[in-house]
Design a protein around this ligand. Structure first.
Ligand SMILES: [Cu+2]
Length: 146
């Protein structure tokens, strides 16, 4: 009888220890994710372009900048959202990388020889309005009324 009680105590002790370990590792993971988020800067600005191929070229140029975590160019809005580590790069480096690939940004005009090398469908209009609000604005009005 004593043996049974002893083994039950051991099992309980093991179970308790493993629960404690689980809780500890969960806390550590959360902390790591939070500090990662805090080091990231989000920015968005206008970039001219026409189509999905432009999107690929623009995002490839931005992702080539060291410290960039995420880039997403919106073909309708002519606008890019970028997340980057501001200890490794800055917004102007991102503007310059896009311009070097041939695309105009709000701050830097696209490199003309790179522009000439773009496929025909990608030769965007240099007068194009950048950083547009979505053409679906009229649908968005219903949200504002809430
Ligand atoms: Cu294109």
């Amino acid at each position: 009888m004593k043996k049974v009680i002893l083994s039950l105590a051991v099992i309980a002790a093991i179970g308790f220890t493993s629960c404690k370990n689980d809780a500890k590792s969960e806390t550590e993971t959360t902390t790591t994710e939070m500090s990662k988020d805090m080091a990231m800067t989000d920015t968005s600005f206008g970039v001219r372009g026409n189509c999905g191929m432009c999107k690929t070229t623009i995002e490839k140029a931005v992702n080539g900048v060291e410290g960039v975590a995420n880039a997403n160019w919106d073909v309708d809005k002519k606008k890019i959202d970028v997340s980057f580590d501001d200890t490794k790069t800055n917004e102007m480096a991102i503007h310059n990388a896009i311009a070097a690939s041939g695309y105009d940004t709000e701050k830097v005009a696209g490199d003309l020889s790179a522009y000439d090398e773009l496929p025909g469908c990608c030769k965007y209009d240099h007068e194009m309005e950048m950083n547009q609000t979505a053409p679906k604005e009229s649908e968005g009005n219903s949200e504002e009324n809430h």
